[in-house]
Design a protein around this ligand. Structure first.
Ligand code: WTA
Length: 660
């Protein structure tokens, strides 16, 4: 464990604006405290009450929590329900049929609006089409699509028939896609002909085709293709089907299949500290319950809100706060295909203004890059746009530094909108530590307090609770409904990764460091404590990138570390030893370019190292262990003042310290 340190700085407190708290669902700390007290007093009763009051059950549950096979916890285990029914049919019953569910804005600005009734019909038709292709309950369906209404339709249609979806981010490579398909034994792949990004056409179907020829994907019977651009693509008769063609003739209704509460709703892969991504498996009832509750609590969602989460559906944020949460809450949401900087860096602010967005949720990296752009170009300064529709702002995915927080608060929120800095993870399903905007005074840089029912603690390496004010390991003391259920196909890895025996075996280990403030109990996340980097809010395992590098025919050894980056939070730095002589100058630059491209092909462009340095060797101890702390210093450009007496080959530091 490294990099856990205490920090103390003088930062202002932002009280809750009266106007906000008056109308809020959780109006004031009194309500928050009462909910926490209820959870403390009768934990199972608290969750049972919320699950009964918020979800529609086809068969009611009798037991809230079953801990008999911990840490494989079961929630609402004997109940049955359907997630798609809860997101769509219920909105038709409560009078939301003609309300806009999704307003989709394409890369080029074209708009598509679907009401709840239309979305319901699309989902039903596609669910019927999936059934006609032989997909049934428990089958795995991999979704490799760009941001699109069709992406949400695909996810909801799977949920409707009890198939388990696994969305793979459209920026991942053929190899990354193949690994996920093979791990799941998927029967169907849903993709698009191509995707649009910042005015450019990018391939998708051809990458999917390549993935399917790489071996291990024999389980895939059909490829369903959403026609996005209409350009010519390769077609395999009998295997490939157009999404619109197979849906067209299907009936507009499809009964939502009740499934057990614990039935896997989806598997989503994320990086861990080994070379192999983990298939995080979520349940149906517990996951959906928390998606709904956090929409009400953290986002204070109201019927008239226009909600916009800018995440991609390929990440957990896009699952919970696009595909499920807003629909379950009956909200109107914006969905955006493009990037924040196209056609210019005012795109987000312009869209907020045009669509009268009231709740806006994005990543700190996006904000930082837009601050930079606004500094450079007065044309895209937020003051040029009408942002008066906003009432609440949020951030997710990485720590937000206080300066960025304050810029966001002032320039986007006009000093009026609370900011919810939401700490959570792929594994947690939804927000864990986050302010309640009508209750919690805000401190920039702190995600403030655990949500009601979430028992967060800061502990030491043996699992003992630490006193407030000292940095340690973030742990959750009790299971909660939306937690990860297992790692697909690897329950032992699930147990070891999240409930390590060293911490007593019953604490959920988040993998982050945290510190709890002595005065107000507020949490500040200090960053990952394992070998996972956070680049632009995306999780990247250092081992995963190392494995990709050493798979290159010229590479003998590689070590990857992170270094702080002004815009992306962290940047990836790779130290590489070749099977031949260490390259210099132009040759080194050329090879670094080749390796970057290679990593892009092995994993995806988001994993490309920013810096690559070559050496004859890596700094190692006498027992052969790579000394990563030295590499981290070198990456930062620091001169090494640390103790290097255990280092086998000190001369190597000079060579690796030189950028070419
Ligand atoms: C980090 C994204 C600080 C953290 C929802 C966590 C954060 C990882 C915050 C999960 C935040 C996420 N403040 N750090 N508000 N939110 N993180 O699985 O390191 O893609 O463990 O889920 O992002 O990333 P993941």
């Amino acid at each position: 464990m490294h990099d856990i340190k205490s920090m103390k700085r003088e930062i202002p407190v932002f009280e809750v604006p009266d106007a906000f708290s008056k109308r809020a669902t959780i109006a004031g700390m009194g309500v928050y405290n009462a909910l926490c007290a209820e959870a403390e007093k009768d934990y199972e009763g608290f969750w049972a009450r919320l699950a009964r009051g918020n979800l529609f059950w086809s068969r009611p549950f009798t037991q809230a929590l079953d801990e008999s096979n911990a840490p494989f916890y079961r929630w609402f285990g004997d109940g049955q329900l359907n997630a798609s029914y809860n997101c769509l049919d219920r909105n038709l019953q409560t009078g939301n049929g003609d309300k806009a569910a999704i307003l989709f804005e394409a890369d080029d600005g074209a708009l598509t609006r679907v009401t709840y009734r239309e979305l319901h019909a699309k989902v039903c038709r596609f669910a019927n089409a999936l059934k006609s292709l032989g997909v049934s309950g428990g089958d795995r369906v991999v979704i490799y699509l760009p941001m699109s209404i069709e992406g949400v339709v695909a996810m909801q249609a799977c949920a409707r028939i009890g198939a388990i979806h696994s969305v793979v981010f459209g920026g991942f490579s053929a190899k990354a896609l193949q690994e996920r398909i093979a791990d799941l034994g998927a029967v169907l792949l849903i993709t698009a002909d191509e995707q649009m990004r910042a005015g450019k056409v990018l391939p998708l179907k051809s990458i999917a085709d390549e993935a399917l020829t790489m071996g291990g994907c024999e389980s895939v019977r059909h490829v369903v293709v959403y026609r996005r651009t209409g350009n010519r693509i390769e077609w395999i008769e009998n295997r490939d089907r157009w999404m619109h063609e197979i849906s067209a003739s299907q009936p507009e209704t499809c009964e939502a299949e009740p499934v057990d509460a614990e039935h896997p709703l989806f598997v989503l892969y994320t990086s861990g500290s080994t070379g192999r991504p983990k298939g995080v498996q979520h349940s149906t009832a517990g996951y959906l319950l928390w998606a709904m509750l956090t929409m009400q609590w953290t986002f204070d969602i109201k019927p008239e809100d226009v909600f916009w989460c800018t995440a991609d559906i390929g990440w957990i944020t896009g699952h919970t706060y696009i595909a499920y949460g807003p629909l379950a809450a009956g909200a109107t949401q914006i969905m955006f295909e493009g990037v924040p900087t196209y056609p210019n860096a005012g795109r987000f602010w312009e869209m907020i203004s045009r669509h009268r967005v009231s709740i806006f949720y994005t990543a700190p990296t996006a904000i930082r890059s837009l601050i930079k752009a606004a500094d450079a170009n007065p044309q895209v300064r937020p003051s040029r746009y009408d942002l008066t529709s906003l009432r609440l702002l949020g951030t997710v995915g990485e720590p937000i530094n206080p300066d960025t927080w304050q810029w966001y608060h002032h320039h986007i929120g006009s000093d009026r909108c609370p900011i919810v800095d939401t700490f959570w993870q792929t594994e947690t399903g939804g927000h864990m530590i986050a302010p309640l905007p009508g209750a919690t005074p805000l401190v920039p840089g702190s995600c403030t307090l655990p949500l009601p029912g979430i028992m967060a603690s800061v502990v030491d390496e043996s699992g003992q609770a630490l006193p407030d004010g000292s940095g340690g390991i973030l742990a959750i003391r009790r299971p909660w409904p939306s937690m990860i259920r297992t790692i697909w196909g690897d329950p032992e890895r699930f147990r070891q990764s999240y409930f390590p025996a060293e911490l007593g075996g019953n604490l959920y280990l988040a993998g982050d460091g945290a510190i709890r403030d002595k005065d107000n109990g507020y949490f500040t996340i200090t960053g990952r404590i394992d070998d996972v980097l956070n680049v632009s809010g995306h999780r990247m395992g250092t081992m995963e990138i190392e494995s990709a590098l050493v798979a290159h025919p010229l590479v003998a050894e590689a070590a990857v570390v992170g270094r702080a980056d002004e815009v992306t939070g962290e940047a990836i730095c790779a130290f590489v030893v070749l099977k031949r002589e260490c390259p210099l100058g132009g040759e080194a630059r050329q090879l670094a370019g080749d390796l970057r491209k290679w990593v892009g092909e092995q994993i995806g462009p988001i994993a490309k190292p920013k810096d690559i340095r070559f050496g004859d060797n890596l700094p190692k101890t006498r027992s052969g262990k790579i000394m990563r702390r030295l590499l981290r210093s070198l990456a930062k450009g620091e001169t090494i003042t640390q103790d290097v007496s255990t280092l086998e080959n000190p001369a190597i530091l000079e060579q690796l310290g030189e950028a070419f």
